[in-house]
Design a protein around this ligand. Structure first.
Ligand SMILES: Nc1nc2c(c(=O)[nH]1)N=C([C@H](O)[C@H](O)COP(=O)(O)OP(=O)(O)OP(=O)(O)O)CN2
Ligand SMILES: [Zn+2]
Length: 127
């Protein structure tokens, strides 16, 4: 395989949660508590293992996601430390910061989808 290729792997996770957006104008629909079936796509970059031919086992991504799922699933997101204003943008940044990725990998991006048509993606700034 060409050594110049950049390889990414992704996993999509889901959780159910309620939220409200505390800083929207009065009367905005999102000022009321409501729920979403959130979908989170996590993408990692890293070198391929020479024998195994993968970056990391997808199972390692599952293990990294599990503690975050435990903090988010069937919660009011506003109650989660750091998510007092749980917009898609701030939730994506929170996942990016909280996720303990397997050694030798880095997060390429995190995508949060609140609905079928609305999503936000964060990725590291290049220096
Ligand atoms: N930039 C952002 N805008 C909005 C956010 C957000 O996190 N970032 N969040 C919301 C609400 O949480 C809302 O529940 C989801 O948004 P919206 O796409 O407006 O939901 P609808 O299903 O009602 O979308 P329609 O396509 O208008 O039916 C709002 N904005
Ligand atoms: Zn919402």
């Amino acid at each position: 395989m060409k050594k110049t290729l950049i390889t990414e792997i992704s996993k999509e996770y889901t959780f159910e949660a309620a939220h409200r957006l505390p800083h929207v104008p009065e009367g905005h629909k999102c000022s009321r508590v409501h729920g979403h079936s959130y979908r989170i796509e996590i993408t990692l970059q890293g070198p391929l293992h020479p024998q195994l031919g993968w970056i990391v086992d997808f199972a390692e991504m599952n293990a990294a996601w599990q503690p975050l799922h435990a903090q988010l699933d069937h919660r009011l997101l506003n109650d989660v430390p750091g998510l007092e204003n749980p917009t898609s943008e701030l939730l994506a940044a929170w996942v990016f910061e909280q996720l303990q990725v397997p050694a030798g990998t880095r997060i390429a991006r995190v995508r949060v989808a609140e609905t079928c048509t609305s999503s936000c993606t964060v990725f590291p700034k290049e220096d």
